[in-house]
Structures are given as structure tokens and as C-alpha cells.
Write a protein that binds this ligand. Structure first.
Ligand SMILES: [Zn+2]
Length: 297
């Protein structure tokens, strides 16, 4: 017990990243509104930095300004490919060309960091593909913008969009609680795996998406994380952790770096996915907590 108390005395650390930027308008927010809310909430929470992984195919004349707004606010941009192909499905030449295309399109922006976030976190389902992508990235002086905490924030956002589309009443208080609770559970889940496999808590990288839930609740999520004694750090600081340089020789990379390291040490895959990373679990959770109600008016 004393041992674990000693470890806990040092604050665990986590960085915030958002994928798929700039995402299109939704029923709740225009892209511009979403960006302004995200910036305001990140600023208010005094987040040292956040990284937006750009899917360059999402860039239009209009949404280009949103990426500029992020960098003007001091945040950074990374490469999340042009077309969001899965390395499990796309032929290798097209996949590699797509990374380069995104890289070229990103040169129009400031505050770029040479980090590549694999779409779906898929790095290839065979060693030949995986290694060719890694070589390609190395040749471009890119590093892997890996995550340590995978989760289903994208599915919770899709539940919100479906509820809005079908005219349901939204209980935003319950929605905020669902978002914070399930994301915090994912953070704790991967931190525990890290402590068991690395014997320490690494500098974490949280995967989020540039969606309405983030715009609504990122400030609350950060407050909750800090209340648990954790510290929010910049993504660039997080990628200085030794796990950035420990690339495990596995094909199981779809749930982040901590899960991949655990897998390389013989962990069963089934133990490397938390409960909240499941559509059934979240459907049930949202139902039980009455997040959405049929509009009776
Ligand atoms: Zn993505």
C-alpha cells in the first residue's frame, strides 16, 4: 500500500488531442461555432496546448479558417491523412500517397508538428504493410502521434446527433455526466494497464474527436481530470515519454500504445478494451440514465 501511495504522490499526466478536424457542421453547431466553443473552453481551462489532427479532405475555403483559428489561439496541428483510409483495407501505395498529400496540404498552416495519427489507429494487419508505413513516415521525419487512451467519444457524439435528428429532448446534464464518466473510466483503465506493464504511469495521450461533445464538455472533462489529482500537459511533452521510443513489435495497435505494449508482453486482447468502448454498453448506459427523452410536446 505504501508503495502505491508513493507512486500516486506524483501527479499522473495527460495531454489532449482531437482527431478529424475540421469536422463538418452538425445539427447543434456550425463548424465555426464548434471551433469557437472549443477554443474558448480550452483557454478558460488554461490547457497548456492541444493538438488537432487534421483530415485534410475536410478542409474547405470556409473550414480552413477554423484551422487558422486553432493555431492563432496557440494550439498545434498534426497529420491525420487526407482521405482517412484504414491501413487494414487500402492498398499500400494509395495509403502512402494519401499521407504525403495531407502533408503537402498542411504546409499552408502554422504550428505544424510532424506527427501522424493513423486513421482508426490502424497500422496495418500484416508486418510488411505496418513496416512500410513506418518507413514512409520516417522518411518524412514524422513520428507516430499515438494515443494511450482509446475510447468511444465518437459513438457518444453519434448518439447525440441521432437524438437531435429524431427530435428527442436532450438532458444535457445527463449527457455531460455520461461523457465525463465513461471517458474518465477509459483513462483509469489504460493507466492501470500501464502501471501493471510499465510499473509506472506514463505521460498519457487522450484521443478525442473535434465533435460537439468536446465543444460542450471539454472544460468539464478537464476539471474532472484535475480534481482526481492529474495534470494536463501539452501533447509535445507527452510524446517525450519513453513509451514514444518503445515501439512494440505487434500488429495489435488499434487501441493505443499502452495496449500494444501490454499485448507485446502477452496480455490477452480481451483484457485490453474497457467496457465503455462498446456500442451496446453505451446504448444501455444512455438508456438507463435517460440522456435522451421522447419529445412529448
Ligand atoms: Zn479519425
Amino acid at each position: 500500500m505504501i508503495f502505491f501511495t508513493a507512486i500516486s504522490a506524483q501527479a499522473q499526466e495527460i495531454a489532449i488531442t482531437f482527431d478529424d478536424a475540421p469536422r463538418p457542421d452538425s445539427r447543434l453547431f456550425s463548424g465555426e461555432e464548434r471551433t469557437q466553443k472549443l477554443i474558448a473552453n480550452l483557454k478558460k481551462a488554461k490547457v497548456p496546448d492541444a493538438l488537432f489532427f487534421v483530415t485534410t479532405n475536410n478542409i474547405t475555403e470556409k473550414s480552413k479558417k477554423r484551422l487558422e483559428a486553432y493555431t492563432e489561439a496557440g494550439f498545434h496541428l498534426g497529420n491525420h491523412s487526407h482521405s482517412h483510409f484504414s491501413a487494414y483495407k487500402k492498398d499500400i501505395e494509395s495509403y502512402l500517397a494519401d499521407i504525403t498529400l495531407a502533408h503537402n496540404k498542411l504546409q499552408a498552416f502554422d504550428n505544424l508538428v510532424p506527427l501522424y495519427r493513423y486513421p482508426y489507429l490502424h497500422e496495418g494487419n500484416n508486418r510488411k504493410t505496418r513496416d512500410r508505413i513506418r518507413q514512409h513516415l520516417q522518411g518524412m521525419n514524422y513520428k507516430n502521434g499515438y494515443v494511450t487512451v482509446d475510447n468511444y467519444d465518437w459513438y457518444m457524439d453519434s448518439l447525440l446527433q441521432r437524438a437531435l435528428a429524431t427530435g428527442k429532448d436532450i438532458d444535457y446534464h445527463a449527457l455531460r455526466k455520461a461523457y465525463i464518466t465513461t471517458l474518465w473510466e477509459s483513462i483509469v483503465f489504460y493507466d492501470e494497464i500501464a502501471r501493471k506493464t510499465l510499473k509506472r504511469s506514463p505521460k498519457h495521450v487522450l484521443l478525442l474527436h473535434e465533435n460537439d461533445l468536446a465543444a460542450l464538455f471539454i472544460g468539464d472533462l478537464i476539471e474532472h481530470i484535475r480534481l482526481q489529482g492529474w495534470k494536463i500537459i501539452s501533447p509535445q511533452k507527452a510524446y517525450e515519454d519513453p513509451i514514444a521510443f518503445t515501439v512494440p513489435d505487434v500488429l495489435f495497435n488499434g487501441q493505443g500504445r499502452v495496449a500494444a505494449i501490454a499485448r507485446s508482453k502477452g496480455w490477452d486482447k480481451k483484457l485490453l478494451r474497457d467496457d465503455g468502448s462498446s456500442e451496446d454498453y453505451l446504448d444501455e448506459y444512455f438508456k438507463n440514465n435517460n440522456v435522451f427523452k421522447q419529445n412529448t410536446k
